[in-house]
Design a protein around this ligand. Structure first.
Ligand SMILES: NC(=O)c1ccc[n+]([C@@H]2O[C@H](COP(=O)([O-])OP(=O)(O)OC[C@H]3O[C@@H](n4cnc5c(N)ncnc54)[C@H](OP(=O)(O)O)[C@@H]3O)[C@@H](O)[C@H]2O)c1
Length: 324
């Protein structure tokens, strides 16, 4: 079969022949892959930088996707940490880590949206106790996961959603997705801190895709401006597009009722993730959330990898091989 194959962590995957995998356990099946998302997590899997990376090569990247199972059902699946990923004509899926989709589902939409949507869906539903009526700030709301977070926070009952990001056009479009307020993260850090300190000082929950220096600055700005220092502030660390480490001032943890938690693979148990899949897939399938996606055929995977400029979520599509 054909697959996207990584042979060196320094170079993008290439389209080439790869042995068809075989199911090894009773719950495993070989699926014909229809669509697999090129998420930031997949890029870090393919360049060996993700915290779950095992350094094993060659590997086929892709952590999730939509495929056709041998019984004819359409399924969204999440793969375990494996070198046999989703960006191939076929892959092995554990049925317990998959959900059957209605036949009319759009594989591209599901493959594009599930991963970015899951980041905030799981954070709010499984990692913390979120109450409808609480307010939510999304940092890096202009990214794919951030735009989902704005929509999901609103959908789950947030009283106010504040979207913060850099790119002006995307920032402006967040109001159409449900943001009540937007804050620009562009420009002088002191000005950004002032804007956040005003707009988000009394927020209840932060969904943070940034980390790095912008997060350290944002924590200081919000904590120092709180109307009521005793009001709980739950900071959920979900992504790190601005840096892997952040220097959080110790005073911030003493001066306000701030707690910082992380949400991702590991801190949310696999069983919780799997439990949430059907409802989230149904909402996405019903068109509850919007995502801007673009398809690229598997044969062009190398070019897709080199395209870092597009804001759209790239979805790799495969034609199933002819069955013998
Ligand atoms: N923990 C989880 O469960 C989970 C799940 C999915 C994703 N994630 C993580 O979440 C992060 C975002 O994913 P994504 O799918 O939204 O990626 P994405 O679509 O590539 O968006 C990332 C956004 O980050 C913004 N950005 C980058 N560097 C920045 C900086 N220095 N300061 C401010 N904004 C910056 C950019 O917005 P502007 O153009 O406005 O600057 C960009 O649109 C990634 O780290 C991903 O690995 C985590």
């Amino acid at each position: 079969m054909q697959a996207a194959v990584v042979t060196s962590f320094g170079t993008p995957p290439t389209y080439q022949d790869f042995p068809t995998p075989t199911p090894q356990a009773p719950d495993e099946v070989l699926v014909d892959v229809l669509a697999a998302g090129l998420h930031p997590r997949v890029r870090s899997q393919a360049n060996g930088s993700h915290y779950t990376s095992s350094d094993q090569l060659p590997l086929v990247p892709g952590i999730d996707g939509v495929g056709r199972a041998p019984d004819g059902t359409l399924r969204y699946f999440i793969l375990p940490d494996t070198t046999m990923g989703a960006m191939a004509e076929q892959t092995v899926v554990d049925l317990r880590r998959s959900v059957e989709l209605p036949e009319h589902s759009d594989p591209v939409l599901i493959a594009a949206a599930m991963n970015p949507a899951m980041s905030s869906w799981l954070a709010l539903r499984r990692r913390i106790t979120f109450h409808p009526g609480q307010s939510v700030l999304v940092l890096a709301a202009t990214g794919n996961a951030g735009q989902m977070a704005v929509q999901i926070a609103k959908h789950l009952g947030a009283s106010q959603v504040i979207g913060a990001g850099r790119q002006p056009e995307r920032l402006a479009s967040l109001t159409e997705l449900g943001a009540d307020v937007t804050v620009s993260l562009d420009g002088d850090p002191a000005d950004v801190a002032r804007r956040l300190g005003q707009a988000a000082r009394d927020v209840d929950i932060v969904i943070d895709y940034l980390w790095g220096q912008p997060t350290a600055d944002a924590i200081r700005a919000i904590v120092m401006n709180r109307t009521d220092a005793g009001r709980p502030l739950t900071w959920i660390q979900v992504g790190s597009v601005a840096g892997p480490t952040a220097a959080i001032p110790s005073a911030a943890l003493r001066a306000a009722r701030l707690q910082i938690v992380g949400s991702g693979q590991g801190s949310v148990p696999t069983r919780d993730i799997v439990t949430e899949l059907p409802e989230l897939a149904a909402e996405i399938g019903n068109g509850t959330f919007r995502i801007d996606a673009r398809t690229v055929p598997l044969s062009d995977v190398e070019a897709a990898w080199k395209d870092r400029e597009s804001d759209q979520r790239i979805v790799i599509t495969a034609d199933a091989p002819a069955h013998q």
